[in-house]
Design a protein around this ligand. Structure first.
Ligand SMILES: Cc1cc2nc3c(=O)[nH]c(=O)nc-3n(C[C@H](O)[C@H](O)[C@H](O)COP(=O)(O)OP(=O)(O)OC[C@H]3O[C@@H](n4cnc5c(N)ncnc54)[C@H](O)[C@@H]3O)c2cc1C
Length: 455
């Protein structure tokens, strides 16, 4: 494909100059090119540069994280093991010491919460971070380690000689190519690069969730008061049932220094079937009687939507190919909504493999396969493998979150309410009530299937 590209070069264009250089003065050949400067790509660039490799990190956006919105949470231990004491450098937002789940219906909410000051001791548990700050920090680390970073560089294609990846093409206005011994695809969810190169199949609409996210600004003290937080601490609340309007999906609230993020996500296939839009779901959730007071007088400062690959283990494509590797979301390495750690660790493992391949001057799959091996032995693949049946289960029991949120809240309501009947009769009454919502046999079957996929 690279030869074809040179053959097709038009006279007098910038392409011709590059083609000319490549054949005569030999255009600079990098050890590795990475497409995408997200957490996966920037981590890979950092560790390769640290090993003395000549690395080119290409990002389509004008700056790190330009295509992202709002914030998320990172798992401290996972990042600390790659970047020791990272909290001393990364400008994080809040230290998460309060985690909760709300199982909701229109009228009710069972709230299960855990808070502990023990979660605020180093090496900590989770931090909320603004995405753009995380991306910026990682790219800075990669640059400081020696990687070359180019923004406004949209990689449109992987170039091949035979089946060996040898370069990338950058779309207009740059309209150029770069060559390297190893090409790493880190272009995020629904990787068009991998699909175009025939390295992965088109991601199914069942395996891709669309998340809408809104950032609502509020003063720091107001956030701390509303969520009962010590100064500087943060909360994450997972919301189940009501927010996803009858479908299996997830929603959450994250607190940042001076803002709150609300996000709701559903499988793209469900969104298409229901004819709803994710921003309808956000508006519906914001109007809920238990959410409204948390965001009262807040000002919406950002709004965005993004996809997450949620097909799990069975949707992971072949990750190692002659001269190339796929990492992060592009490789569907997401477990639940946890993707940052998996992206960063996959970048780290790919860097180990690339470094070994460089030492042996062999860029076939022989040494690059180390990436797959390290991934398989790590928590990344072990957890993904353990949770493998989840994606199918969510499709097989599409009513699970909605129905059982209602059942649980119905039971909680009657347990809480005081009646003038004896306790034994009350228990019988509650049993009758909830089994009228779903027959007991079906309930036990669903509970058993749930227990089998929760690991
Ligand atoms: C709403 C939402 C909330 C989330 N919350 C969390 C959370 O709280 N915790 C968590 O761990 N994970 C969370 N995730 C998942 C997490 O964001 C991803 O798993 C993670 O960002 C994956 O990193 P990545 O580097 O593989 O891909 P990305 O972060 O998507 O980065 C890919 C980069 O490649 C660039 N790019 C794409 N195509 C090209 C191209 N052709 N050429 C050049 N550059 C290109 C993009 O601009 C981008 O900068 C969330 C995801 C969403 C959508």
């Amino acid at each position: 494909m690279l030869k074809d590209w040179f053959a097709g070069v038009k006279k007098g264009t910038s392409q011709e100059i590059i083609a000319e250089k490549y054949y005569t003065t030999a255009v600079k050949k990098y050890d590795a090119i990475i497409a995408g400067a997200g957490p996966a790509g920037a981590t890979a660039a950092y560790f390769m540069a640290r090993e003395g490799m000549d690395v080119l990190l290409l990002e389509r956006g004008p700056y790190p994280g330009a295509k992202t919105c709002g914030g998320s949470s990172i798992i401290a231990e996972h990042v600390h093991k790659l970047f020791p004491n990272f909290w001393e450098e990364l400008e994080y937002e809040r230290l998460i010491s309060h985690q909760a789940y709300w199982i909701m219906t229109e009228d009710d909410a069972i709230q299960i919460a855990y808070r502990s000051t023990r979660l605020s001791d180093a090496p900590y548990n989770r931090f909320s971070v603004r995405r753009v700050k995380l991306y910026e920090w990682l790219v800075k680390k990669a640059t400081a380690a020696g990687a070359t970073v180019r923004f406004n560089h949209h990689v449109s294609e992987i170039l091949y000689e035979g089946n060996q990846a040898v370069g990338v093409r950058i779309s207009k206005p740059q309209d150029c190519i770069y060559v390297a011994n190893i090409i790493i695809l880190a272009d995020g969810a629904n990787s068009l690069l991998a699909e175009k190169a025939g390295l992965s199949r088109r991601v199914s609409a069942h395996d891709l969730s669309l998340y809408a996210k809104e950032t609502i600004a509020l003063p720091a003290e107001v956030i701390e008061e509303r969520f009962s937080l010590p100064a500087g601490h943060g909360a994450i609340i997972g919301l189940i049932g009501y927010p996803t309007a009858g479908f299996n999906g997830t929603a959450s609230i994250h607190t940042f220094r001076t803002s709150i993020n609300i996000n709701v996500g559903l499988a793209v296939a469900d969104i298409a079937q229901a004819g709803i839009t994710p921003h309808d779901l956000i508006d519906r959730l914001k109007a809920h009687q238990y959410i409204k007071p948390l965001i009262k007088d807040g000002i919406t400062t950002e709004y965005g939507a993004n996809v997450i690959p949620e097909g799990g283990y069975f949707s992971i494509p072949e990750l190692v190919h002659p001269g190339s590797m796929i990492i992060g979301d592009a490789a569907s390495l997401v477990n639940g909504v946890h993707g940052f750690s998996l992206a960063m660790w996959s970048g780290f493992f790919a860097a180990q493999a690339a470094s070994k391949a460089k030492k042996h001057r062999d860029f076939s799959v022989k040494f690059l396969r180390l990436y797959q091996q390290l991934l398989d032995e790590s928590f990344v693949m072990q957890d993904l493998r353990a949770n493998a049946p989840q994606a199918k289960w969510l499709r097989d029991v599409p009513y699970f979150f909605d129905l059982y949120s209602r059942v649980a809240n119905e039971a909680a309501y009657h347990i809480t309410k005081v009646y003038t009947i004896p306790k034994k009769a009350k228990r019988h009454y509650i049993f009758k009530k909830i089994t009228s919502m779903q027959p007991i046999g079906k309930m036990l079957k669903d509970a058993w299937s749930f227990l089998k996929v929760i690991r």
